[in-house]
Design a protein around this ligand. Structure first.
Ligand code: PDD
Length: 282
């Protein structure tokens, strides 16, 4: 099955796709992106991802991009790949222009996409849970915009790998818990789920939204509010949510074992229900 790219109206092998060096995404991180996954040949939450892509572009005052064109292209790329469990990466930059800080007066947004098979979280992590570390959030003030400026996220993830754990949770100096490097975070205390509210400091995850919807259907109370590292360490359960992460239980944060150190009942239930929802989608 081919791993493919889309660039300038053409589909090609990923290795053949080249962008100009003066693309503003390359020089200024002036680009936004989405990652969409499929379950058994059906793409999950496409319109929600397109909504967020449009919002990111609007927040950065990009010239208009046709939603229909993006949608048609991503479905075509997906079809050509033939992958059942695909991960589609969509990136839109402001365009190509002579290097200069202000937005160019005119530019044509450059749309690139790739499709690969999802690189799955190892089954062992899903069954036994993961360990994570915390780190002071040193990202910019608009984490709600899904830009490709991910250096802090990559540094934080690298630090996790070097510490022998799966991921890093960003927390503020004042001890407010934000999210992980490419997933949102939920904690559970006495049967109540708690997650950071939608502000400029976290990404409005599509999976976060689906998990909250599922909780409503399952009569599980959810509080979208600020919570502290103390509350996090004291939680009965914790888990990450994300497009390819899905619901991933956490059993240790820094030195602290969460709950009894085994994956909790709510995380494991939500993980199963989310997968089923993915499989039923389309
Ligand atoms: N990351 N928070 C951050 C910082 C993210 O980068 C992501 C997604 C999420 C979860 O959002 P969603 O549920 O819509 O995937 C939360 C993508 C998958 C990535 O960077 O690869």
């Amino acid at each position: 099955m081919p791993e493919l790219a889309y660039l300038n109206g053409k589909f090609m092998p990923i290795e053949s796709a080249m962008v100009p060096i003066e693309d503003r995404g390359y020089q200024f991180g002036d680009a936004v992106y989405e990652v969409i996954a499929s379950y058994e040949g059906k793409l999950f939450c496409v319109e929600e991802h397109l909504d967020r892509l449009e919002r990111s572009m609007r927040e950065l005052a990009f010239p208009p991009v046709s939603r229909d064109e993006v949608r048609d292209t991503l479905f075509e790329l997906f079809k050509r790949s033939g992958f059942s469990r695909a991960g589609i990466y969509i990136q839109v930059s402001r365009g190509v222009a002579v290097r200069n800080h202000p937005f160019p007066e005119t530019s044509t947004p450059q749309i690139v996409m790739t499709v690969r098979e999802v690189s799955e979280v190892p089954q062992e992590y899903r069954e036994n849970g993961i360990s994570v570390i915390t780190m002071t959030d040193f990202r910019w003030g608009r984490c709600d915009i899904k830009t490709v400026q991910l250096l802090p996220n990559t540094i934080a993830k690298q630090r996790a790998i070097e510490a022998g754990v799966y991921d890093t949770i960003f927390v503020t100096e004042a001890g407010v818990v934000r999210e992980a490097t490419s997933s949102n975070l939920f904690v559970v205390k006495n049967g109540i789920l708690i997650t950071h509210p939608l502000t400029e400091n976290i990404l409005a995850g599509i999976t976060r939204m689906v998990v909250i919807d599922l909780c409503r259907e399952l009569d599980l109370p959810v509080e979208e509010r600020f919570y502290s590292t103390d509350e996090m360490f004291d939680a009965d359960e914790a888990f990450l949510s994300g497009t390819t992460t899905e619901v991933l239980p956490i059993v240790q944060i820094d030195e602290k074992i969460i709950g009894d150190g085994k994956i909790g009942p709510i995380a494991s239930r939500l993980s199963a229900v989310l997968q089923r929802r993915g499989l039923e989608s389309g």
